[in-house]
Design a protein. Structure first.
Lengths: 154, 154
DNA sequence: ATAGAACCCCAAGCATGGTTGAGGTCAATG
DNA sequence: CATTGACCTCAACCATGCTTGGGGTTCTAT
C-alpha cells in the first residue's frame, strides 16, 4: 500500500483523490487540467494516475494565476517555460511570478482608472459617451468565460 | 423617413443599426441584451425596433459595468433599480456608479493583495501551500465566462 | 416598381472552465 | 473472496456572453 485515503505519513506518490483533497480542487478539475496540458501524471499498473508531490505546488500556482486573471492557456504557456527535466526551483517560480505580477499590475491599473472615472462620468450629464474617457470602443472587455468580481465563472 | 443610415440631424428615434454604430456594439449584441432584459425597444409599424436616444447611455453604462467586472445579470439587477417612468437623471446614475465603485474597489483590493504576495509566495521554498497566504481554498476564482486579463469565461 | 440594405426571429455554434453521469476497472478491507 | 470506494474514459451538459446563419419581411433609394 502506497498511501491511504486518510493521509498516512508522507507518501511518495499521490493519487488523484489525494491531490484533489490537498489542493482543494475536484478530481474532475485535475482531469480537466491534464487534458489541457497544465499538469501531467504517471500511471500505476492499473492505469491509475500517480502524482509526485510537486504537483501540489503546480496546482496551487495554477489557481493563483487564475485569480490573477490569466486564462488556462496563458497559464499553460507560462508553465511550459519551466525547466523540462528537473523540478522547478525558487528561481524558476520567481521568474514566472514576476511576469504575472506585471500583467496583474496592468490589470489593476486599468481598474483603478476605471474606478476613478466611474463616478464623474456616470454622474455627469453629458449626452455623448463618445467623448467620454470611459467610452473605450475597442477596449478590452472582460474575456467571456473568465474573471469575475473575483467571483467565480461559472 | 426618420433617419438615415449616415446620421442625419438629430433623429428622434434610432434603429438597431444606429444604436449599434453609435454605441460601438454589434446588432446581435443589442438583440442579446434585449433578450436578457438589459434594454428594451419600441417597434415601428413593420415590427422593427426603435430606440429613444437614451438607450445610448444605457448601453454605454452596461459596457462600463462589464469592464468593472459585473456580470450581465448583476447589471440587469442594478438597472432595474432605476426609476420606472422617467428618464434616469444624474442622481440615479450616480447612485449606481457609487455601488459599482465599491465593488470595483473590492476587486482592486483583492488583486493588490494578490500582487503583493505573489512574488514572495511563489518564490519561496515552502512545500506546503496550505499555510500560504495565497492559498485561498474556497476563495473567489474568476467566474467562468467573465472578466479576463481585462481581455475576454469566460 | 424594384433592387439592395437593413431588419426580424430562431436555432445553433463558439470559447472558457469545468461538472455530471454512464459503464466499467482497480484496490484495500473484512 | 466479496464488497466498497476510488479510479478510468468518454460524451454530454451547464453557465456566460455573444456570433453566425437561414429563411423571410420591411425600408429606402432610384
Amino acid at each position: 500500500m502506497a498511501q491511504k485515503t486518510k493521509s498516512a505519513a508522507l507518501p511518495r506518490e499521490l493519487t488523484v483523490g489525494d491531490v484533489a483533497r490537498r489542493a482543494g480542487v475536484r478530481v474532475s478539475t485535475l482531469h480537466y487540467y491534464e487534458s489541457k496540458g497544465l499538469i501531467t501524471s504517471g500511471r500505476n499498473g492499473g492505469n491509475q494516475r500517480r502524482y509526485p508531490r510537486a504537483v501540489l505546488r503546480r496546482v496551487a500556482v495554477i489557481r493563483i494565476a487564475q485569480r490573477a486573471g490569466l486564462s488556462l492557456s496563458e497559464i499553460r504557456q507560462a508553465l511550459e517555460s519551466l525547466p523540462d527535466g528537473r523540478q522547478p526551483n525558487r528561481r524558476d517560480w520567481r521568474r514566472l511570478s514576476s511576469a504575472w505580477r506585471q500583467s496583474l499590475q496592468d490589470r489593476i491599473e486599468n481598474l483603478v482608472k476605471l474606478r476613478d472615472q466611474l463616478e464623474s462620468c456616470m454622474g455627469c450629464g453629458c449626452v455623448c459617451f463618445r467623448d467620454c474617457p470611459l467610452h473605450a470602443p475597442d477596449d478590452a472587455l472582460p474575456a467571456p468565460g473568465r474573471l469575475a468580481g473575483e467571483h467565480g465563472p461559472g
